[in-house]
Design a protein around this ligand. Structure first.
Ligand code: ADP
Ligand code: MG
Ligand code: ZN
Length: 614
C-alpha cells in the first residue's frame, strides 16, 4: 500500500496547481462578466432629468462615457457625454450628486464574492477527488468492502436453490462423482447424523476432468439438491488489475459465506488463481496474494459450521500443492469422459428436451460418438433437432442423430467442394487402406462407416471407428497394430498410384506421437527399457509432453521412432499387397457409393468368389 501511495502523491500536487491556475484564469476573464453589476444604458436627457429631480448618487465622468447611479445607489446607468455641456459638473454637485469613480465590478459583498468565486469551483473537484480516493483505497485492499455497497463486492453470485433448477437427475453418468457430492449434500441437510459419530465434513472438494464433462453442471446440481445458499464465482473474477483486490474479494467472499453458513462456495476454473507458486515470475504478485488469501481463508473457517468449498478445474497438475493438501481440498472428484453407458444416458437426458421419433435407438449413436464429452453429446442432440427443422420435419429421427454425430466430429458436409475424379479415387483408396489394414490385423469390423464426402473440418474422407468396449490398457501389440493402421492410408496410395499425397499428414503425426510415447513413456523398447524420458502435463487438455534426456539419447530415440514406424509401414504394405484384390474391390465400392458401412465392408471382405466384379 505504501508503495502505491508514494508515486501518486506528487502528481496530485501538480493537479492542484493546475486547478488553481484554471480558476485564476476564469476569475480574470469569465467571472468578472458574471459578477459585474448590470449597467443600464440611458440617453442624456434621462441623466439630466434625474439630476434635476435630485435623484442622483455617484457620478463618474470619463471622456467617452458617464456612469452614474440613482440616489439610493442601487441602479447603475450609463450614457454618452455631450462635450458642449460645460455646466455638467456644477449641476451634478448642486443636486447632491457625488463625483467619484464607480467600480461596477467590485460592488458585491466581498466575502460572498470570495466564497463564490474561489470555493465553489473547487467543489466539483473535491467531490471527484473524494470518490477517486475511496476507490483507490478500496482497490488497494484497504477497504473491507464497506465503502461501496453493503459489503457485497466479491462479485459472488448467491444462487438460491430454485434459480439453477438443476438436479442430480440432470447429470447423466458420473455416478461416482454424484455419490461423493451426494454425501456433502446429505451432510448439509442432516449434520447431526454425521456429528454424532464424530465424522467431519470435508472442507473442500475439487472436481477435475477434461472440458465439457459436466463439472460446472455437477456443482449447480449440488446447489439444486442442497437447500442451502450457494455462492458461485469464477476464478478469473478474482484476478484484477490492482494488487490486493483479489485477496480482498476472497476475504469478502468467505465473510459472506460464514454469515450464511451452512452454505456452499463454488469456485469455477480455480487454476486461474491456484497455479503453482514457482517464484519464476515474481511479476504476478496479485495472483499469489489471492492464492495466499484463499489458503488462509480455507484454514480459517470452522468446518463444522458447514461451509463447503467446491472447485472445478481441468488442469489439476498445475495447482499449487498447498491447495491440495488435506484440510483444504481434501476430496478430489474425478469427472471423466463418459463411457458407452454414460454416453447413452447423457444422450437420453438431452433428448428429453427435443421431440424425437419413437423408434430412436441411442446405442449406435453413443457407439459412434466414442470419446465425446457430455457437452459434445448435448451438442449432437441439438444438431439433430436443427437438422430436423431444416428438413421440415416435426421430430428428429435416428438418421438426424447419426448425421449430427458426424457433423460434431468432422463438420458439415461440404456441398460446394467437389473433388476431382482423380482425388476422389485417391481418397477412396487411402481410407480403404486404413480400414483394410485394421481389419486384417484384428479380424473384426474395424470401422462403423467410411465416407469420402468432404467435410467443413477439412477432412476429405474419414473413418468412424468402432468403440469395442472401453479400453483402459493397451498391449504393445495393439499399439503396433494401431501404428500400422495409421500408415495404411499412405501405403495404399503408394501401392496403387506409386506416388504419395499430402493427405496423410495427420496420420503421420499420430503414428509418430504414438511411437514416441511407446519408447519414451511406456517402456516398450528394447534399448531403453523401463525408463521414462518424457513427462506429460495437462493430461486433460491435449497433454503436452516434455522431453528430458541427453542429446545422444534423443538422437538415438529419434532413430528408433523412425525405425518403429517404418517397420509398421512395411507391415501395412505387405498386408495390402496380399489383399490387393480386396483393396481394389472395397475402394471401388467406396468410390462409387461414397459411403460404406462396417457391415458392408465385412461382407465384401469375407465373400470368396467375386463373379463378374470389375
Ligand atoms: P465443464 O466440465 O467444462 O464445466 P459443463 O459442466 O459446463 O462442463 O458442461 C457443459 C454442458 O455439457 C452442460 O451444460 C450440459 O448440457 C452438458 N453436459 C456435460 N456433462 C453432462 C452430463 N454428465 N450429463 C448431462 N449433460 C452434460
Ligand atoms: Mg466449467
Ligand atoms: Zn489417413
Amino acid at each position: 500500500m505504501q508503495e502505491l501511495k508514494q508515486p501518486s502523491k506528487k502528481p496530485l500536487i501538480f493537479y492542484y496547481v493546475v486547478i488553481v491556475l484554471v480558476i485564476m484564469l476564469l476569475n480574470a476573464t469569465l467571472f468578472p462578466m458574471m459578477w459585474e453589476t448590470p449597467v443600464q444604458e440611458v440617453d442624456y436627457t434621462t441623466f439630466m432629468s434625474m439630476t434635476y429631480d435630485d435623484n442622483i448618487g455617484l457620478v463618474q465622468i470619463d471622456t467617452d462615457e458617464i456612469i452614474f447611479t440613482d440616489k439610493a445607489q442601487e441602479n447603475f446607468y450609463k450614457t454618452v457625454p455631450i462635450p458642449s455641456d460645460m455646466d455638467l459638473v456644477n449641476r451634478v454637485y448642486e443636486h447632491g450628486g457625488q463625483l467619484s469613480s464607480i467600480d461596477t465590478g467590485g460592488q458585491t459583498n466581498s466575502l460572498l464574492y470570495i466564497l463564490l468565486s474561489w470555493i465553489l469551483p473547487f467543489l466539483p473537484f473535491l467531490v471527484i477527488g473524494y470518490f477517486l480516493n475511496k476507490r483507490m483505497k478500496n482497490a488497494m485492499g484497504g477497504g473491507d468492502g464497506m465503502m461501496f455497497g453493503m459489503g457485497g463486492n466479491s462479485g459472488a453470485k448467491v444462487y438460491v436453490p430454485s434459480s439453477t433448477g438443476i438436479r442430480f437427475a440432470d447429470v447423466a453418468g458420473e455416478d461416482e462423482a454424484k455419490e461423493l457430492l451426494g454425501e456433502i449434500v446429505d451432510f448439509l441437510h442432516d449434520p447431526e447424523k454425521y456429528r454424532s459419530i464424530g465424522a467431519k465434513l470435508p472442507k473442500g472438494a475439487l472436481l477435475v476432468g477434461p472440458p465439457g464433462t459436466g463439472k460446472t453442471l455437477l456443482a449447480k446440481a449440488v446447489a439444486g439438491e442442497a437447500n442451502v445458499p450457494f455462492f458461485s464465482i469464477a476464478g478469473s473474477e478474482f484476478v484484477e488489475m490492482f494488487v490486493g483486490r483479489g485477496a480482498a474479494k476472497v476475504r469478502d467472499l468467505f465473510k459472506q459465506a460464514n454469515e450464511k453458513a451452512p452454505c456452499i462456495v463454488f469456485i469455477d476454473e480455480i487454476d486461474t488463481i491456484g497455479k503453482k507458486r514457482d517464484g519464476q515470475f515474481s511479476g504476478n504478485d496479485e495472483r499469489e496474494q489471492t492464492l495466499n488469501q484463499l489458503l488462509t481463508e480455507m484454514d480459517g473457517f470452522d468446518g463444522s459450521k458447514g461451509v463447503v468449498v467446491l472447485a472445478a478445474t481441468n488442469r489439476p497438475d498445475s495447482l499449487d500443492p498447498a491447495l491440495l493438501r488435506p484440510g483444504r481440498f481434501d476430496r478430489r472428484i474425478p469427472v471423466e469422459l463418459p463411457d458407452l453407458q454414460g454416453r447413452i444416458d447423457i444422450l437420453k437426458v438431452h433428448a428429453k428436451k427435443i421431440r424425437l421419433a419413437e423408434d430412436v435407438d441411442f446405442e449406435p449413436i453413443a457407439k459412434t460418438a466414442a470419446g465425446a464429452s457430455g457437452a459434445e453429446l448435448a451438442n449432437i442432440v441439438n444438431e439433430a433437432a436443427l437438422r430436423a427443422v431444416r428438413a421440415g420435419r416435426q421430430y428428429a429421427t435416428q438418421e438426424d442423430l447419426q448425421e449430427s454425430v458426424e457433423v460434431v466430429i468432422a463438420g458439415y458436409q461440404k456441398k460446394s467442394r467437389v473433388l476431382s475424379d482423380e482425388e476422389k479415387k485417391i481418397v477412396a483408396y487411402h481410407e480403404t487402406g486404413h480400414a483394410l489394414v485394421a481389419a486384417m490385423q484384428t479380424h473384426s469390423a474395424p470401422v462403423q462407416k467410411i465416407t469420402i464426402i468432404p467435410r467443413t473440418s477439412g477432412a476429405l474422407g474419414y473413418t468412424l471407428q468402432v468403440d469395442d468396449g472401453d479400453h483402459f490398457l493397451m498391449s504393445k501389440d495393439e499399439l503396433l497394430n494401431k501404428i500400422a493402421t495409421y500408415t495404411g492410408g499412405r501405403a495404399a496410395e503408394e501401392l496403387v498410384f506409386h506416388s504419395v499425397t499430402t493427405g496423410a499428414s495427420n496420420d503421420i503425426e499420430q503414428a509418430t506421437k504414438l511411437a514416441r510415447s511407446m519408447i519414451s513413456r511406456f517402456g516398450m523398447s528394447d534399448e531403453f527399457g523401463f525408463v521414462a524420458f518424457e513427462t506429460v502435463s495437462n493430461q486433460y487438455l491435449g497433454g503436452d509432453a516434455s522431453l528430458a534426456c541427453s542429446p545422444e539419447t534423443q538422437a538415438l530415440m529419434d532413430k528408433k521412432v523412425t525405425q518403429l514406424v517404418e517397420e509398421q509401414h512395411q507391415k501395412a504394405l505387405n498386408i495390402l499387397k496380399e489383399n490387393e484384390g480386396k483393396l481394389h474391390e472395397l475402394a471401388g465400392y467406396l468410390y462409387q457409393h461414397e459411403t460404406i458401412t462396417g457391415q458392408e465392408f465385412m461382407d465384401i471382405l469375407e465373400r470368396k468368389a467375386l463373379p463378374e466384379q470389375k
